[in-house]
Design a protein around this ligand. Structure first.
Ligand SMILES: C[S@@+](CC[C@H](N)C(=O)[O-])C[C@H]1O[C@@H](n2cnc3c(N)ncnc32)[C@H](O)[C@@H]1O
Length: 312
């Protein structure tokens, strides 16, 4: 088995790259990260006259992710060392490759296996966004691209029942299979779901909302980002309303949420489009007197709250 002691990370990375071209799993021996827990990556730890460089489990897990691998349960090898195994993800196991339109994200798709609220890097910034817009004070909430309703489910989980039931929730998606599931999940009578194309919102006569949420949807190839976004602010948001926009900065493959969105024309994750789109929305909303924050990592959340009440 390959053993690393004081080699720099660049050497480990290049060995791992090479080894993964000939094998789907690689195993190597390193210093047990628990030995020098408060050390930073690269600090020297000397044991029995051998110099090791410390690295944390987080660092080893990050490296696995960057190599499109999962980290298997580490095994102790000696008093001071462990064996780490990286296993290649099945990159073909993903909804991203689907050619479908309305049912690309339907219940028969691989997307249906994803529960974003169970991913800490999604849950935490989404919860923060819901709290910062004071979701419990809202009377009408619109969600575009609601799919089976996970984003409403978290609102239901965090609010007292009597507060939740007084909010009118409206969810729109053109996947009929996903909307059927959403209708079954939200039987309390305060949620309404439409199988409908977001390009034709006007025919639904929805009125205005206190909060508009749309996650992973605005940048869809089926939609025109800028005009749709402008029409949401101008025609569907109350003057003192709020917005939560979620921009995926990740890919879902082989059971994992992998940091970094795939960009057209690049073999690696490149962030120009996501930054441009978020900046456009931020500027637009600031001009219309909203306070705007951008948070998150694998999903970037733009959260906007109106300053009009405060300024009045
Ligand atoms: C990437 S999924 C995101 C779903 C959910 N918000 C989430 O983050 O898990 C995009 C959703 O938008 C829906 N969608 C995409 N384009 C649409 C359109 N033109 N009209 C209605 N729904 C659309 C898809 O069916 C899908 O459910």
């Amino acid at each position: 088995m390959k053993t690393f002691t004081s080699e720099p990370l660049s050497e480990i990375l290049s060995w791992a790259h090479e080894a993964l071209t000939v094998s789907d799993t690689i195993t190597f021996e390193v210093l047990n990260p628990d030995i020098a827990k408060n050390s930073y990556a690269g600090e020297t730890v000397t044991i029995n006259e051998i110099n090791y460089l410390h690295r944390s489990y987080k660092g080893w897990s990050d490296l696995a992710e960057l190599l499109f691998c999962r980290l298997l349960t580490p095994k102790p090898l000696s008093e001071h060392t462990i064996a780490l195994t990286y296993e290649k993800l099945d990159l073909s196991d993903s909804f991203h490759h689907s050619e479908e339109k309305e049912e690309k994200y339907g219940t028969a798709s691989r997307f249906a296996a994803i529960h974003k609220n169970e991913e800490p890097a999604f849950l935490s910034p989404y919860l923060r966004a819901l709290r910062s817009v004071k979701v419990g004070d809202k009377k009408r909430i619109l969600n575009l691209g609601i799919n089976t309703g996970d984003e409403f489910d978290l609102i239901r989980q965090i609010l007292p029942d009597e507060v939740y039931r007084n909010i009118e929730l409206v969810g729109i998606d053109f996947s009929s299979s996903a909307i059927n599931v959403a209708r079954e999940r939200f039987g309390e009578g305060n949620a309404h779901f439409y199988v409908h194309d977001i390009n034709d919102l006007s025919s639904l006569n929805l009125g205005r909302f206190d909060l508009i949420i749309t996650i992973g949807t605005l940048q869809s190839s089926t939609l025109e980002f800028k005009p749709l976004f402008a029409s949401l602010v101008q025609e569907y948001l109350n003057k003192d309303g709020a917005m939560i926009l979620g921009f995926p900065n990740c890919r879902w493959m082989g059971g994992e949420m992998i940091y970094g969105a795939k960009a057209p024309n690049y073999p690696y994750s490149e962030m120009s489009i996501i930054i441009k789109d978020i900046y456009y929305c931020k500027k637009y909303l600031q001009q219309k007197k909203f306070r705007v924050t951008v948070t998150g990592r694998d999903y970037l959340f733009l959260t906007a709250t109106s300053l009009k009440k405060e300024l009045a």
